[in-house]
Design a protein around this ligand. Structure first.
Ligand code: BDR
Ligand code: CA
Length: 311
């Protein structure tokens, strides 16, 4: 079986880390690199967390490319209050033994898309700054990418960063605008799909107790975030990037996709960063988003469990 090359743009981040473990665990995929942006926390932390994730998974062969340290135009607040000041729960983990590559993430995206032209699965789990920069360097990029799946947006404007905006889009709306305009079709796993596919906290605790090194590590880095989430959001944990990764790795688990035109709000006092879906196709523009609405919950959970226990 030839494995599908997958390039992951990410800002680890607790849910990013679980998504990375899932990708590393997939026998059908070959992780060709991680491109890193600032988002959940600052770039030095997201790079360090990416390297640590590779180390814990025994994947020192995966190159990690540092990229954008800030949004394209306007500064934005990070999500350290959710993920920990260091993005990995402030547990004080020892420095990773791995080091990052010197090539900038945007250059790496351009190069790897061409190297794997027509086959590349590109998965974006953070703000879209690196992808926007890559598109600026190479407007032909979409021709080389087989699938682009983005975790981002809130398709009926029930945001998590603001009442209207989801974090990945709200952190860098201009970058998201550039990406959604450039790609003819973006697969989207939004915050609202995340909320519809939560993981039960008590069950998750039993999965985290399996005793593998990766489960132990993940239990430790995610503890603070899970407690915060249970306190704020109730019984189920909304692990956005993990659901997005399930849909990327196994699209056959999707039970419903809806295609519509989608635009990003760049201005506005209340709605900057909102993803505006033209549900009634009133503007007469082409559909550009394939929006995940329902995914096989059991298949999603099975993939999470397997990723935690492997190794
Ligand atoms: C997204 O925002 C980040 O905080 C998470 O890592 C995820 O990618 C969810 O809105
Ligand atoms: Ca993320």
């Amino acid at each position: 079986m030839t494995r599908t090359p997958i390039l992951i743009d990410t800002d680890p981040g607790i849910d990013d880390a679980l998504a990375l473990l899932m990708a590393f665990d997939s026998a059908a995929h070959d992780v060709v690199g991680l491109t890193i942006a600032a988002g959940n926390v600052g770039l030095p932390h997201t790079v360090r967390n990416a390297l640590k994730s590779c180390e814990v998974a025994g994947r020192g062969d995966v190159p990690v490319f540092p990229g954008a340290a800030a949004p394209l135009l306007h500064p934005a607040e990070d999500a350290g209050h959710v993920h920990g000041k260091d993005g990995f729960g402030d547990i004080g983990y020892p420095d990773p033994s791995l080091t990052a590559v010197a090539e900038h993430a945007a250059n790496a995206i351009v190069r790897l898309a061409r190297e794997h032209s027509g086959r590349l699965l590109l998965v974006a789990l953070g703000p879209l700054t690196n992808l926007a920069l890559a598109l600026t360097l190479d407007p032909e990029l979409p021709r080389h990418v087989d699938r682009l799946l983005v975790m981002g947006g809130a398709v009926t404007v029930h945001g998590n960063m603001t009442p209207a905006a989801e974090f990945n889009i709200g952190f860098d709306p201009e970058a998201a605008h550039i990406v959604f305009r450039a790609f003819a079709r973006v697969e989207l796993c939004d915050w609202e799909a995340t909320v519809a596919h939560g993981l039960d906290h008590r069950e998750l605790e039993t999965w985290l107790a399996v005793g593998s090194e990766r489960a132990r590590f993940y239990e430790a880095i995610s503890r603070q975030t899970r407690l915060w989430s249970e306190d704020r959001r109730g019984d189920r944990w909304y692990c956005a990037d993990a659901l997005a990764m399930a849909a990327a790795l196994a699209p056959d688990g999707a039970l419903e996709w809806v295609e519509r035109p989608l635009a990003v709000e760049l201005a506005g006092q209340h709605a900057r960063g909102a993803t505006i879906v033209d549900w009634n196709r009133q503007r007469g523009v082409a559909d550009n988003a394939r929006i995940l609405r329902r995914y096989d919950q059991a298949a999603f959970e099975q993939r999470v469990r397997k990723a935690l226990a492997a190794g």
